[in-house]
Design a protein around this ligand. Sequence first.
Ligand SMILES: [Zn+2]
Ligand SMILES: [Zn+2]
Length: 249
Amino acid sequence: MKIIALGSGGWIPTSAKETSCFLIDSGESLIILDTGTGISRLEGYVDLLNKYEEIHIIYSHYHLDHIIGLCYIGNWAKGKVINIYGPGNNLINRACKDIMTTFLSPPYFISVESIGKRVNFIDYDLNGFQIGNIKINITEQIHTGKSYGITVGNYLHYATDTALSEETFRAAKDVKLLLHDCWSMVNVNSMDHTSLQDIIDLQSRFQVERVGLIHTNPNWKDADLLNIKNTISEKGSIVFVEDEMVFLF
Ligand SMILES: [Zn+2]
Ligand SMILES: [Zn+2]
């Protein structure tokens, strides 16, 4: 399993970091977690894309910094079947198909048909679902307008856009990598995002093997980044995720 960070930044793309998008090559399936502006980095992975006829996209939620890149994907996916999984009727009282079809229709974009050979929409719920032989589990998070954690087999738990939640760390207990939202150095009681201080506390309490900090704050300056990197450098088990970083399992 190969996980590539196409977009590791939060909210606003910067020259170094595009917004949320992670590409997973399981060897059997190609999965994309969220389609932020990071999807533009697919240009560097055309050989990988060419191995697959089908792309599976899973959404954590529908905030624009996580979906905007779906209108770019046709540039690389025109001949492919695209399966889109997102929270739907059971969780947020609106179907994924309805939300994303609206987003891709005029006056915002051309049409949903323009992005791939065929586009299928699947509402997920807290029972999770299966992509080939990989079990996808879904966990509730704490975020304005709701967001969901996504567990990919025994490898990855993706927890973008969430305030601190023990449920997230419980879900990540047995995976190799937890990719976790990190928005501030210390706890500021945010109802949307998490601090590094809280991540360090819960990682040791729940003994999560490895944590990657993602959806990082676009307003951080060099001094903030240095402070963060110094804080985590003693802990080999926490990594500041940069775009194009690759995790291999
Ligand atoms: Zn976000
Ligand atoms: Zn959000």
